[in-house]
Design a protein around this ligand. Structure first.
Ligand SMILES: [Zn+2]
Length: 115
């Protein structure tokens, strides 16, 4: 129990200084879009791009369409150093930080709201 609550406190402190776009990607998941793709023999390699946080995902896909490897390269400031796998209570803490930021800005951070 003590370990669980200290992880939540740790995440809360990190989230307080985290950029809104990083909180949103942690809350809503990355909205991946295709960025690069090429054929390698009978298989494929592609890179997906997140237009919100600029993370990139490299995937290797075999001739049957199965993803055989996947690796994400995160931008500076995205990774929470010293925090391991997030349990549901820590993920809830990030979601709270994200939605509180959305409420403060009227729910739209991409552009100025039309008045
Ligand atoms: Zn993202």
């Amino acid at each position: 129990m003590a370990r669980r609550s200290s992880a939540v406190v740790q995440v809360r402190e990190i989230a307080a200084d985290m950029e809104p776009k990083f909180l949103e990607c942690r809350d809503l998941m990355h909205p991946w879009v295709p960025h690069r793709a090429r054929r390698v023999g009978r298989a494929y390699e592609r890179t997906l791009f997140c237009p919100r946080c600029t993370a990139e995902k490299d995937q290797q896909i075999d001739s049957q369409g199965t993803i055989v490897s996947s690796r994400i390269r995160y931008p500076e400031g995205y990774v929470m150093k010293g925090v391991g796998h997030l349990r549901s209570d820590a993920r809830a803490e990030l979601r709270l930080a994200s939605i509180q930021g959305q409420v403060r800005t009227g729910g739209w951070q991409g552009e100025q709201a039309v008045s």
